[in-house]
Design a protein around this ligand. Structure first.
Ligand SMILES: [Zn+2]
Length: 299
């Protein structure tokens, strides 16, 4: 998204950050965020082939841990290899087709945050994802519950990501409570176990969740919540504001640079920049009017 000028400015910034010599690759604790793994989807985080290359490197050079253990690792000692957790948002069917078999092959854990309306095939939620991702209907097909159960049985974890992928930062309490609580209840009834992790849709601090959103997520019974913020974890990280670095069709060198902490200045800037300035630089951060679809009749 964004104008060609903006895109080229971003790519210059990306290559400068990738060479940032201040970072080092040891004692890093990082959560990666993927969406689709696909050869065709415009919102693909990686092609299936690039994803496998990334997993091969992560397995070799990093210690990949389940997301639930990431805070302990950020607080404690570790071996010197970067510690990484792998997460996916939304719940696209290509995660089953392309990501899961590769994760199983490399014996790496991952957590999948799903928007239950996408899994339940709500037309309006599908249309929302098509619009948000500028994608065809075939590129925003959700996982099925049977695929989710199969992945879960193999050791993958699942977390809630609302029902209709609304911007929680803009909802009133009733609508936000429903989006958070209903997605948790639906996932728990399907998996037959408690779901303790949540991920904020869109995920940018200040834009898409507020201190009130954090309170509501905590009240709903979650133990941790993941955001989107391009930096590694500190030892003092808040369990309800876990930063995650988006993978955006990165080549292996860029992914390595992210894990090494070379993009951390960007994450700090995202946290500290005034809202008007970050909207200007990254209009995709806004998603202001993405309302809950709770009261819209489903067809
Ligand atoms: Zn999402």
């Amino acid at each position: 998204m964004g104008s060609p000028k903006l895109r080229s400015a971003r790519s210059v910034a990306k290559s400068m950050l990738a060479r940032n010599p201040a970072a080092n690759s040891t004692r890093r604790v990082v959560v990666l965020l993927y969406h689709s793994v696909s050869d065709t989807a415009p919102h693909a985080s990686a092609t299936p082939q690039a994803f496998r290359e990334q997993l091969a490197w992560l397995q070799r050079a990093c210690e990949v841990v389940p997301l639930e253990r990431i805070l302990d690792r950020a607080n404690g000692d570790h071996s010197g290899r970067p510690v990484v957790a792998i997460t996916f948002d939304d719940g696209y069917a290509d995660n089953y087709e392309h990501a899961w078999p590769a994760l199983v092959e490399y014996k790496l854990p991952a957590t999948f945050f799903i928007s239950t309306g996408l899994i339940d095939g709500w037309d309006l939620v599908n249309q929302r994802f098509m619009r948000l991702q500028d994608a065809q209907a075939t590129d925003v097909v959700g996982l099925s519950w049977s695929q989710i159960k199969e992945m879960h049985a193999s050791g993958m974890e699942f977390g809630a990501h609302t029902v209709s992928h609304a911007n929680l930062g803009r909802l009133d309490d009733d609508a936000a409570r429903w989006e958070i609580g209903e997605s948790k209840a639906r996932l728990e009834s399907q998996l037959g176990k408690a779901t303790n992790c949540f991920a904020y849709p869109f995920g940018k601090p200040k834009h898409h969740y507020t201190p009130r959103t954090v309170e509501l997520v905590r009240e709903a019974g979650f133990d941790m919540a993941a955001a989107v913020n391009d930096r590694s974890l500190r030892s003092t990280e808040d369990a309800f504001r876990i930063p995650r670095m988006s993978v955006n069709q990165d080549d292996l060198a860029t992914l390595q640079a992210k894990v090494a902490g070379r993009f951390d200045p960007l994450g700090l800037w995202q946290e500290r920049a005034p809202q008007w300035l970050s909207h200007l630089v990254s209009p995709a951060n806004s998603h202001r009017d993405v309302a809950s679809l709770r009261h819209v009749p489903n067809s």
